[in-house]
Design a binder for this molecule. Structure first.
Ligand code: ADP
Ligand code: MG
Length: 411
């Protein structure tokens, strides 16, 4: 039988901990698997940044990318490689470039997701440009911000239409605070969004291919404690709703790796922030959940490489909109959307592939996450982020949380 080495590229930025663990584990797995009449082995390397000829071939089968959303040289290299060499990359670079939070709100509202009432207001000020004055003079209508605030209702959140990383997000209690926040918002285009308040649960559901993990999230905690370590904190119907929402969002936008933030009030889950393609992967935020992420990443990337998964360069929104128009409850529609999403992610074939070829992953990972190499990866990341006197303490804390994950998931 012919042997073929599948090449996996890591397109990285400030990442330290997860690539070390990913590479070490891929090596330890030592795969030689038979797919389609070939024995497949796997190699991984880090993708460099350099000038490229637009006709230059790409050696990788799969690239796991961490740069597309902000570093354009890599994004354009990725686009070229998809178009000319059938590279599979997560995530879809065109979709990342074009879909901000605002688009995701509008699209999921059309599908019936209970996104809290949201308004978009023109910016407070502008960067000058030649046509700006005539445009505004002719067409910008004076509006009463207070009236819009009353319509949305208090408390509300003012936040950038293309937000991320909590930048420019203000919680607003009344008209006066609304005017003050708007006056300070400068040139940023803002949403006013009804607050889900009070809420009784806040979950971040991380999706990676057809895999998901629920994280109880505490937005008021310091960064290293926001991802809580609770287990089994959701009943099966909440789990179904959140995993279905996450899979639908991810398949709809072509994002293999994304996280969906939702708040529960009463029995309703309100999604508020789900344009997070390429979310935080660092042990310093994920700690307890970090081994899950590394394993999920290995499973999905190996599957995509081994099966020659094709990039879905066109998104199939019309299929979802057809379901949206049916005379059914949102719960019923969500089931139908989710069936499309899981089929998009080849869920059944993926599950079978993992059972057949990656049955030893949990055991190999468990051993690895007790090793000096893994502890050193944690140490290196902490060293890059924390002041000298906190390095040992935080390294040990994150390491112990990983050990708790191991204890909770015996192999
Ligand atoms: N509608 C809302 N109801 C309640 N809390 C909200 C709402 N919108 C935002 N928040 C709070 O503000 C934080 C940041 O807002 P979010 O939309 O997640 O922006 P970002 O994209 O910057 O993460 C959220 O994690 C949450 O704590
Ligand atoms: Mg958020």
């Amino acid at each position: 039988m012919a042997t073929r080495t599948r090449q996996i590229g890591l397109s990285l930025g400030a990442d330290i901990c997860w690539p070390i663990c990913y590479e070490a584990l891929l090596h330890k797995l030592d795969l030689a698997i038979d797919v389609g009449g070939e024995t497949q082995t796997f190699a991984v390397e880090r993708v460099g940044i350099e000038p490229f000829d637009l006709g230059q071939p790409c050696k990788y089968d799969v690239v796991i990318d961490r740069l597309t959303h902000w570093y354009h040289t890599s994004r354009e290299w990725i686009k070229k490689s998809i178009l000319s060499d059938d590279l599979y990359v997560y995530n879809n670079p065109w979709s990342i470039q074009a879909m901000e939070k605002h688009t995701t709100y509008c699209a999921m509202m059309r599908l019936g997701f209970p996104v809290p009432d949201t308004w978009l207001v023109p910016p407070k000020s502008y960067i000058e440009s030649p046509d700006l004055l005539p445009t505004l003079r002719r067409y910008a209508r004076l509006f009463d911000l207070g009236e819009i605030g009353d319509k949305v209702g208090y408390p509300l959140f003012m936040k950038p239409y293309d937000g991320g990383a909590w930048v420019g997000v203000t919680s607003i209690r009344d008209r006066e605070a609304l005017h003050e926040a708007y006056n300070q918002s400068g040139t940023r285009l803002m949403h006013l969004q009804q607050a889900v308040a009070p809420f009784d649960a806040f979950v971040r559901c991380v999706g990676l291919g057809p895999q998901w993990r629920f994280v109880n999230y505490d937005p008021s905690a310091p960064l290293h404690d926001r991802y809580q370590m609770d287990r089994d904190f959701l009943d099966p119907s909440d789990q179904k709703t959140l995993s279905n929402m996450t899979m639908v969002i991810n398949a709809f936008f072509g994002w293999d790796f994304n996280s969906c933030e939702a708040l529960r009030s009463g029995t309703t889950w309100y999604p508020i922030d789900f344009a997070n393609a390429c979310p935080d992967s660092q042990v310093t935020s994920l700690h307890y959940h970090f081994p899950w992420l590394i394993k999920a990443n290995l499973r999905w990337s190996i599957f995509c490489a081994a099966t020659d998964r094709s990039m879905h360069t066109n998104l199939n929104w019309a299929d979802y909109f057809r379901i949206a128009e049916k005379d059914m409850s949102f719960e019923e529609k969500l089931e139908e959307y989710a069936a499309l999403a899981l089929s998009y992610f080849d869920y059944e074939r993926f599950t079978e592939f993992c059972e057949t070829h990656l049955g030893h992953l949990d055991e190999v990972a468990d051993e690895f996450f007790a090793s000096d190499v893994a502890r050193d990866a944690v140490h290196q990341k902490v060293e890059a982020l924390y002041p000298e006197h906190e390095i040992e303490g935080f390294t040990e804390m994150f390491w112990q949380r990983i050990q708790t994950y191991r204890a909770h998931n015996p192999v």
